[in-house]
Every structure is written in structure tokens, then in C-alpha cells.
Design a protein around this ligand. Structure first.
Ligand SMILES: *Cc1c(COP(=O)(O)O)cnc(C)c1O
Length: 376
């Protein structure tokens, strides 16, 4: 499959300089925008044959491995835009509420821009260790409140309205602009065509909003002839959009999507409805199964929240929804893209909990052989 260039002016032979350079024509930047970049984007779209086999129907499945962004999640796509624009507008400080990845990303881009970064994180074990380490080492002011993410976001909104600090949550429209480039890359990587179906985890709902915006813009500019169907997946204990009302105490092992009142709720519903898609939910058990399967069958280590996209795809297939979609679209082979939003190393403790611990043996060849089931 050849890579299709949406922008002939930026040949692939040039070194990658980040997504603002690459997709400048689609982004609200000018000659005067100081670009703060860590060469984010350009993440691989990896075919997953075992996953396709597991679906037992005629499909091609790809995962967009967003864990390979500079700070290990897709948040970098939005942050390069948000921090560049904040700097252009003369801001000296940025702030966000975060389940972890937004703060890791904001801290890194602010550090690079020479700006101050403050992050409000939820209580207890709700932020994975790796994410906290990233924000701290980058020099962000990390403040933990007793409440959950939704409460933290409420406080950050009020603070940034009253003080000269730029909000870099996905309510910041530049975040969405940056994140929409994920769909540009998928289309290019699929040879100039969108997938038939796009699966994505939904937390605060900025990312589903951004991908849909990206696909729509390509279609509006006549660069693609259609748009994909969008399937979004929330965790069962944090599924406000599925239930149609906020969840006051959201609960799930997938901490990045433990959100009870998504900021981009309406936009997520619009993506669902305009694309004739759906927003459904998956249990922690289903998420964990997909998470382990991706690591152990495909060699792809993502964080638990990311696996919600694949868990959702597997669930919908069991319910016959893929077959239904195939008929509706009149396609023999369905082409599916799943976004894996963050890297597995963000949350090593969950991986350790889910996997077999190392076997302890004496420093002795016979013991190792026995362990491997080999004859001495
Ligand atoms: C932020 C995040 C999500 C959720 O994205 P939203 O834009 O909030 O819906 C999912 N997975 C990971 C790893 C994230 O960091």
C-alpha cells in the first residue's frame, strides 16, 4: 500500500518536523506563530492480523499507535498547537486539569517554550505513575485535589477565566485543531482513502470531536470522497454519553477515560449522528482482555484506556454490528482504524497486575531447564 500525499508541497522525503509544519495549510497558524514542537505526529498505522482473525469476518484492521508520540499519548498533537498559540498570544503560563496525559504533555511543551505550567490532578490512585513522573520532572506545578477529574476541570475553568493563564484542556479550540491531524495521517497512510470504520475511546470527548472534524474537512475540500463511520467507546463505569446523563462518581481501571461529564459531549454526539455511528460502552473486563490481547498477540503495548477502542470493536462484532455495517455500506472487506491513544508504559503497575509475575529459581541450569519444560 503506497502512502498518499494530501499535500504535494510537503514531500515525504523531507525530514519530519512535527504536525504543524506538515499540515500548516489546515491549521490556524501564520508566519508569526512561534512553533513549539517535539516533532509529534507521524505515528505508525499498524496492521493487526490476529485482531482481524479474531473478528472472524472479512476485515482489515489497523491501529494508530499514538503511544509513540513524544510524551507517549495523542495529547501532544493538541498541545503543540495550544502552546504555540498561547506563546503567540503573549501568555506566560498554561494550566490544565488532567487524568495524567494532558499534564504530561502540557508540562513538556511548556518547558520547551519556557512557560510556566500548572496542573490539577484528581485524588488518590487516579493518575498513573508514569504520567505523574513526566509532569513532575518537566517542572510543572502539580497540585492534587481531593475531588475527581470533573471537579478539577471546573476549578481550572474558573481560574483561567480570572487569571492570565491559558487553559490547555481540550476546551481550548487549538487542541482540537492539532488533534484532527490524526485523521489526516490515517487517510494518507491508507493511500488517500478514509477507513470505513473508525473506533476510538471516549473520555472528555475531545479526540472523537477532533478526528471527526479532520475527516469532515478532507471531505469538504474534495480530498476524500467519503467519511468514515465513527464508533466511540466509554468505560461502563464512566459512560455518561451512553446513559444520557452525567455520572457523578465515575469508576474504571481505564483512568484516562474516568470522566463523568465530558466537556465535548455535544460534539461527540454530533460525530456519532453525522457519521451514522454509535457511542457504546465496554466493561473493565473487556478492556483488560483487549489490552492483553494487543500486547500478547500483536506486540503492541498500549494503556488500558486505549484498549477501549479495540474492546468496543470486539463487542460490537459479537452483537452482529460489523455485519450490519458491511451490508449498509455494501462492502466486501471492511477497513477499520482503531486509535490506541497512549503508551502502555504510562501505567506499568496495571500491566504487572494483569501479567504473570517472573518465576523465581536458584542460579542453577537444571532449575531454569525445568522451568522451561526442557529435558536436562
Ligand atoms: C485523554 C485520553 C483519552 C480520552 O480522550 P478524550 O479526548 O478525553 O475523549 C483516552 N485515552 C488516553 C490514553 C488519553 O490520554
Amino acid at each position: 500500500m503506497s502512502t498518499h500525499q494530501l499535500l504535494p508541497s510537503s514531500p515525504a522525503t523531507l525530514p519530519w518536523r512535527g504536525l504543524i509544519h506538515r499540515y500548516r495549510d489546515f491549521l490556524p497558524v501564520s508566519e508569526n506563530t512561534p512553533i513549539v514542537s517535539l516533532n509529534e505526529g507521524n505515528t505508525p498505522l499498524v496492521p493487526c492480523c490476529h485482531l482481524a482473525d479474531a473478528l472472524r469476518t472479512d476485515v482489515e484492521v489497523f491501529v494508530k499507535y499514538e503511544g509513540l508520540n513524544p510524551t507517549g499519548s495523542f495529547k501532544d498533537r493538541g498541545m503543540t498547537m495550544a502552546v504555540s498559540k498561547a506563546l503567540e498570544e503573549g501568555s506566560r503560563a498554561v494550566m490544565c486539569a488532567s487524568t495524567g496525559n494532558t499534564s504530561a504533555s502540557a508540562a513538556a511543551y511548556a518547558a520547551r517554550a519556557g512557560m510556566t505550567c500548572a496542573v490539577l490532578i484528581p485524588s488518590g490512585k487516579n493518575v498513573a505513575l508514569g504520567k505523574l513522573a513526566q509532569a513532575s520532572i518537566a517542572g510543572a506545578k502539580v497540585i492534587r485535589i481531593a475531588g475527581n477529574f470533573d471537579k478539577a476541570l471546573e476549578m481550572v475553568k474558573q481560574l483561567t477565566e480570572r487569571y492570565p493563564i491559558t487553559l490547555v484542556n481540550s476546551l481550548n479550540p487549538y487542541r482540537i485543531e492539532g488533534q484532527k491531524t490524526g485523521s489526516f495521517e490515517i487517510v494518507e497512510q491508507l493511500g488517500g482513502e478514509p477507513p470505513d470504520l473508525h473506533c476510538i475511546p471516549v473520555g472528555n470527548a475531545g479526540n472523537i470531536t477532533a478526528y471527526w472534524k479532520g475527516y469532515k474537512e478532507l471531505h469538504e475540500r474534495g480530498l476524500t470522497d467519503r467519511r468514515p463511520v465513527m464508533w466511540g467507546f466509554q468505560a461502563e463505569g464512566a459512560a455518561p454519553i451512553v446513559h444520557g446523563k452525567p455520572v457523578p462518581e465515575p469508576e474504571t481501571i481505564a483512568t484516562a477515560i474516568r470522566i463523568g461529564n465530558p466537556a465535548s459531549w455535544k460534539q461527540a454526539e454530533a460525530a456519532r449522528d453525522e457519521s451514522h455511528g454509535l457511542i457504546d460502552m465496554v466493561t473493565d473486563g473487556e478492556i483488560t482482555e483487549a489490552y492483553r490481547m494487543l500486547a500478547s498477540r500483536e506486540g503492541i503495548f498500549c494503556e488500558p484506556a486505549s484498549a477501549a477502542s479495540v474492546a468496543g470493536l470486539l463487542k460490537m462484532n459479537k452483537l452482529g454490528r460489523l455485519e450490519e455495517l458491511r451490508k449498509r455500506l455494501g462492502k466486501k472487506t471492511l477497513r477499520i482504524a482503531c486509535v490506541l491513544t497512549g503508551h502502555g508504559l504510562k501505567d506499568p503497575s496495571y500491566a504487572t497486575e494483569c501479567a504473570e509475575p517472573p518465576v523465581e529459581v536458584p542460579t542453577d541450569m537444571a532449575a531454569v531447564l525445568e522451568c522451561l519444560g526442557l529435558e536436562p
